[in-house]
Design a protein around this ligand. Structure first.
Ligand SMILES: [Zn+2]
Length: 403
């Protein structure tokens, strides 16, 4: 892997100019000065530095307003590259992108079911090396990691990875020693949320929430363009808000958590209970009569195949998701909510019910019509979001310190 020459900027004015070029380029020096309120000489000298660092290039000539045509500036997006990792319970997804977010390459590495801290770190290093070895000439300037479970963002340590039964994995320290580039780590759902924020197609909303609904349920909260962690990195653990006082036990030890009603395993469990009572129908045939074969995904496939029971279960799931999201809207009033994770794949069956529930329960007309949509970043959303952690630092300053 090529590395080294890139210097991270710690100057606010340079960062402001760089971000202006990213969001509004091609743009002239005069226009930057006008819009950032920095003086033209300051802009000129800082732009020179950015060109010297090869982060910015002069592209075309702009429209002349009398006199010489101004030269326009754009980001030199193919000069540097970023690697993003999504370390889940069963596999590591890795992606290599350029500074514009364009994906250059992707890989997947399975994680053995029983693994030590050291072996996991070796596997992560190997994943990065494999990805970069096929792109030798590309200069990587940062590595972002979306790690499942509880993460200490400051030290870049995985405190607890429940899917792997591991604790205290020094990911940032190990990768920085190995690859000699800055490494940033956050919890997987927060990384995904930041990716949604960073790569939002339309005008950026500064306050958004991404809710990941898969084997577990968690949220990534972006407030004022920064990831919100809370005092002890606990913000977003909404899978464990109590929705049903008399509900099912949750893996956390409480009863009736939101997660026990809407996660993939919860959907499967509800289906199995129903099939134990009435063992027929499309879903039963799909499982070939073996109820242990039924997963959340099977119920979704059943719904596609026209199974009435599957559709009913997913509609009920949509209603419970809508109830939790209404609570979230009333607490944070986000500009939009994005749903990701495996359950989001069932959006044709759950989304109408989610919206209907919010429409019924929201306090005001704005609350009732909060935009809800499914993530478009796809299965590499967390890995892309992990890259965005690095992009955020390059273009908008340090986000890791935000509480
Ligand atoms: Zn719980």
């Amino acid at each position: 892997m090529k590395k080294g020459s890139f210097q991270w900027m710690k100057s606010l004015n340079r960062t402001i100019i760089l971000n202006k070029i990213r969001t509004d380029g091609p743009i002239s020096r005069a226009q930057i000065a006008k819009e950032t309120k920095l003086t033209p000489p300051t802009v000129s000298s800082l732009v020179l530095e950015l060109i010297d660092k090869e982060l910015v290039i002069e592209s075309e000539q702009g429209e002349s307003v009398g006199g010489r045509k101004p030269t326009l500036l754009v980001i030199n997006s193919e000069r540097f590259y970023i690697i993003g990792l999504d370390v889940g319970a069963k596999k590591i997804r890795a992606i290599l992108i350029d500074l514009s977010g364009k994906a250059i390459d992707k890989t997947q590495t399975p994680i053995p079911s029983s693994i030590s801290n050291e072996d996991l770190l070796t596997l992560i290093k190997g994943t990065i090396s494999n990805l970069t070895s096929t792109h030798e000439a590309k200069e990587v300037i940062g590595i972002g990691v979306g790690m499942h479970g509880a993460v200490d963002v400051e030290t870049g340590t995985s405190l607890f990875a429940p899917g792997l039964h591991l604790r205290d994995i020094p990911i940032k320290k190990t990768l920085e020693e190995e690859f000699d580039v800055p490494v940033k780590i956050d919890n997987d759902v927060r990384a995904m949320a930041f990716g949604e924020y960073w790569f939002m197609e339309e005008k950026k909303d500064e306050n958004i929430v991404t809710v990941n609904i898969g084997n577990g349920v968690g949220a990534g909260i972006v407030l004022n363009g920064r990831i919100f962690h809370g005092k002890y990195d606990l913000a977003g653990e909404i899978g464990h808000m109590t929705i049903d006082l008399n509900g099912n036990p949750c893996s956390c030890g409480n009863i009736g958590c939101w997660q026990t009603l809407i996660s993939g395993p919860a959907i499967a469990e509800i289906a199995v209970k129903q099939l134990e009572l009435h063992s027929d129908g499309i879903l039963f045939k799909m499982a070939e009569g073996d109820l242990t074969k039924i997963e959340g995904k099977t119920v979704f496939e059943g719904a596609i195949a026209g199974d009435a029971l599957s559709k009913k279960i997913l509609e009920k799931t949509g209603e419970y998701i809508g109830i939790g999201l209404t609570n979230l809207i009333h607490i944070l009033n986000p500009a939009k909510i994005i749903i990701g994770g495996g359950v989001a794949n069932a959006s044709p069956f759950i989304l109408p019910k989610i919206k209907e529930t919010i429409l019924q329960r929201g306090l005001t007309s704005q609350a009732k019509t909060t935009p809800i949509y499914c993530s478009k970043l796809g299965s590499y959303g967390t890995a892309i979001g992990a890259c965005a952690l690095i992009l955020g630092e390059i273009f908008e300053g340090d986000y890791s310190a935000a509480e």
